[in-house]
Design a protein around this ligand. Structure first.
Ligand code: HEM
Length: 496
């Protein structure tokens, strides 16, 4: 008994000593300035969420490029255009995924281990983004069908996001699980709304973190498991719809062996990844991969398509020049669909889209967690292990040196010759570095196709000629609810 007590006391002493030692080491670091705050525990939380842009601008004015704030019970460091490239380039020191999963523990929701979905980005990049020509016709065919169904001879979309989600969902479904399933209304609905239906669930403010770090994460995982939430409903739809398709493919593969001609889509690549020797595959694993891809793909793409159409309506002065470019390409159209090379000639549309991304991304983003004992920035400032370092994204996107003069103005020709999908240290719409969005070529291509057809087919205006300004919630921007009027052009007819 005595020995146990002795061991226990020793362990306790060791535990506190090592904590104190670590704290001492942390204290010795040359940390970025911690902006003073009035209220203990609450720290900067209210000031930061009340008007993030104004508050951060004031902090930058007073403390410069790097500083720390005390938000929701933890110290968070903020960097701007000078130091943020270091965060994206040093993936051994900073990790986005771990920080993101503290708020949105997707793997835990699905009872999967961390990094379970690690192969997905590679599969999407290799077999979707790098194989664009294989999807070009399919994307155009399904987009045209969806635009005809949703907008037809003209309509008013108020608010527009939901309709754009339904439009975007068709080519995404066709590319992820095959064109046949992209005709299935129930599945398309799931692809369209799986992530946005879930947003209220993941937007619960992490107030529990005031009590204990990561308590919020534990709470959302518990809540997720206890209640029947939209994620579970959408997951069930995906599983039910892909099951017969997967079963047929497995039977065909077993029968045809080497002569099997595989369908071109992401489901097939995932199937090949997990197939077992006896031509069996775990349908739950496939379902979880597909829903993860849908989460990454649809809401982002439809939000930025909505933003782009609003920017087009906001700026009547650029419409003639953009329309001329679309009409020129239409003049060269020989078959029912454009080739990938033909779409690449739409350089003004591409620059317009890149400008939309630059101007409409959130105020801050990309919280990264420090992985090693500490990291020393080139400025000499040091951040300890476990610290979250966040990028002042809007500031990076409005940096005059990188983006040219009048960076606060929307200039649709600003990026001519610099494609929307090209990631750069000061253009972070698709992130930068090792974890840059693997679907970016596909997304940019899909959005440009949609814009091309929309601009050619309709005169587009904002309802009441109102300017669409993005609503801001804390540091995040969402697409505007301002209505869009689509009036079918009488002098042109090809979208059918
Ligand atoms: C305009 C549309 C899109 C934007 C702006 C966008 C943006 C981003 C950004 C900023 C990231 C990095 C961090 C994060 O998860 O937030 C990312 C990651 C990712 N995106 Fe996209 N994305 C878009 C469309 C797509 C599409 C269409 C797909 C799939 C077909 C996709 C698949 C992914 C995946 C799988 C990741 C995780 C990459 C990793 O962890 O290494 N995205 N995207």
């Amino acid at each position: 008994m005595n020995l146990i007590i002795q061991l226990f006391s020793f362990a306790l002493t060791f535990f506190f000593a090592s904590k104190l030692l670590r704290r001492k080491q942390e204290l010795k670091l040359n940390e970025p300035p911690l902006v003073p705050y009035k209220y203990p525990i609450i720290g900067h939380t209210f000031d930061y969420y009340k008007d993030t842009e104004k508050f951060l601008n004031k902090c930058v004015e007073e403390y410069g490029e790097i500083f720390s704030l005390y938000i929701f019970g933890k110290i968070e460091t903020f960097v701007g255009s000078k130091l943020s490239p270091e965060v994206f380039k040093n993936d051994k020191d900073f990790n986005f995924d771990i920080a993101f999963k503290e708020k949105f523990p997707l793997e835990r929701f699905m009872n999967r281990t961390d990094k379970y979905f690690a192969p997905l980005p590679r599969i999407l990049f290799t077999y979707l983004s790098q194989e664009l020509p294989a999807y070009t016709e399919r994307v155009q065919r399904t987009l045209i069908k969806a635009i005809n169904e949703q907008i037809g001879d003209g309509t008013i979309l108020q608010p527009p996001l939901k309709t754009f989600q339904l439009i975007i969902a068709r080519p995404i479904a066709a590319s992820l699980v095959g064109e046949e399933l992209s005709e299935d209304k129930e599945l398309v609905n799931t692809v369209a709304f799986a992530s946005s239906d879930f947003i209220p669930f993941i937007s619960i403010p992490p107030i529990l973190n005031f009590i204990y770090p990561l308590l919020h994460q534990k709470f959302v995982v518990l809540l997720f498991k206890l209640i029947n939430n939209p994620f579970k409903v959408h997951r069930e739809v995906i599983k039910r719809k892909i099951s017969p398709v997967v079963e047929k493919r497995l039977n065909d593969m077993k029968r045809d062996k080497e002569s099997y001609v595989p369908p071109i889509d992401i489901l097939q690549k995932l199937l090949e990844l997990i197939i077992e020797d006896d031509y069996k595959a775990d349908i739950d694993v496939l379902t979880d991969y597909i829903i993860t891809a849908i989460f990454a793909a649809t809401h982002t793409t439809s939000t930025f398509l909505t933003n782009a159409v609003h920017q087009y309506a906001n700026h009547p002065e650029i419409q003639k020049e953009l329309l001329e470019e679309q009409e020129r390409l239409l003049g060269f159209k020989t078959g029912p669909y454009y080739t990938t090379e033909q779409m690449e000639t739409l350089v003004k549309l591409d620059s317009f889209f890149r400008e939309t991304l630059r101007m409409t991304t959130s105020i801050v983003f990309f919280e990264h967690k420090v992985l090693n004992a500490h990291y020393t920035f080139s400025s000499g400032h040091q951040v300890p292990k476990g610290r979250h370092v966040t990028t002042r994204l809007q500031e990076v996107h409005r940096d005059e040196e990188s983006h040219g003069e009048n960076p606060d103005e929307f200039n649709f020709l600003r990026h001519l010759g610099n494609p929307a999908s090209r990631v750069e240290k000061h253009y972070l719409a698709f992130s930068f570095g090792k974890h840059a969005c693997p679907g970016r070529y596909f997304a940019a291509n899909e959005i440009k196709n949609a814009l091309h057809y929309l601009i050619l087919t309709y005169n587009i205006k904002n309802v009441n000629e109102e300017k669409a300004v993005l609503p801001i919630r804390g540091p995040f921007k969402r697409s505007s609810d301002v209505g869009l009027i689509f009036e079918k052009r009488k002098d042109i007819n090809f979208c059918n």
